[in-house]
Ligand binder design. Structure first.
Ligand code: CDM
Ligand code: ATP
Length: 286
């Protein structure tokens, strides 16, 4: 068991954007078959892990609205402990900076960072493939964060092919609503029969998100954010929302747009990343 302390030693859990999202069909278990493109952004939650020798897993800090036992960090730590039979425990402190229910995958990323960090700190040595499989049991978005590469995603989002994309600046706008991913995927009006496309079709401009119509009907705030952002560039929805984003070639132009975001919406500018900062953090430790 390796020691870890101070916030400077915190592990990053970055957000993701879905640069496009197609829904090809629904499986017997209710999950949907997708095609999507994941890219990370440099905006992160931060998580501090303090290993304990007594086997106890506890969350000592985190979002008040998520009870500790339901927190994906705690659930990920328990899953790893049970899978490996490891007798170590951990105190987990989550500094939440990503909006929840925003389609940025914050909870999934927190789970992935917990799996990767504890696999190192507990010296369980499962490695990426097994951690990604374990993560998939916690959420469809967890494997991409475990693997840490921008990717073309298929299956339920777990069949991942790493890709290299331009790394532009994004303006991400978060309207004041919390989208339930489950409710969007359960909506009878959801498009579920999109024909599959190739990566090159995406690269030549097929960037639709099949959740858009249902999300904007259920959440007018998302429609308003898309309309506002559309004046600055091509406005897209990430995942099931609520966040929307647009691409900028230069940080300055993204910052200029940020200054005009209407009051009441949170927003930030962040660089796109093909490699998750989680892996840089792991390399710094090793
Ligand atoms: C929309 C995306 O964020 C795109 O990256 C993901 O597909 C959602 O990933 P996630 O939040 O990790 O999803 P989970 O926590 O596994 O599932 C939340 C809910 O979304 C639905 N769900 C999710 C992923 C998927 N491929 N099909 C689904 O139908 C399931 O009904 C589930 O009840
Ligand atoms: N550490 C955590 N951070 C955020 N949410 C968590 C966490 N643990 C559990 N949750 C639960 O997961 C829900 C979804 O949170 P999350 O921030 O991942 O949404 P999201 O960005 O819409 O995700 P996705 O794009 O994967 O659907 C929250 O509403 C919360 O109830």
């Amino acid at each position: 068991m390796r020691a870890s302390s101070a916030w400077q030693q915190a592990w990053p859990a970055p957000a993701k954007l879905n640069l496009m999202l197609r829904i090809l069909g629904r499986r017997a278990d209710g999950y949907h078959r997708l095609q999507t493109v994941f890219q990370f952004i440099e905006r992160c939650d931060l998580i501090q892990f303090t290993p304990r020798a007594d086997g106890v897993i506890e969350r000592v800090g985190g979002p008040a609205e998520v009870p500790p036992e339901q927190d994906l960090t705690v659930r990920a730590a328990r899953a790893l402990q049970e899978f490996t039979g490891c007798r170590d425990g951990v105190a987990i402190d989550v500094c939440k900076r990503l909006p929840m229910g925003g389609g940025l995958g914050g909870g999934s990323s927190d789970a992935a960072t917990t799996l990767v960090a504890l696999d190192y700190l507990w010296e369980t040595h499962l490695g990426t493939d097994t951690l990604a499989d374990l993560g998939l049991q916690l959420g469809a978005d967890v494997p991409v964060f475990v693997r840490g590469s921008a990717a073309w995603g298929e299956g339920v989002g777990e069949a991942l092919t790493p890709i290299l994309l331009p790394e532009p600046w994004y303006l991400v706008v978060c309207p004041p609503c919390h989208v339930s991913t489950g409710a969007v995927f359960a909506d009878p009006d959801l498009t579920r029969d999109s024909p599959p496309i190739t990566l090159s079709r995406f690269l030549s401009g097929a960037t639709e998100n099949d959740c858009l119509a249902v999300v904007t009907r259920r959440y007018p705030e998302v429609a308003a954010a898309l309309a506002w952002l559309g004046d600055w560039g091509e406005a897209r929805l990430t995942g099931t929302g609520a966040c929307v984003f647009a691409t900028f070639a230069a940080s300055e132009s993204a910052q200029e747009a940020l200054m005009h975001v209407p009051e009441g919406w949170t927003a930030f500018v962040a660089r796109g990343l093909n490699r998750s900062p989680l892996w840089q953090r792991l390399n710094d430790s090793s």
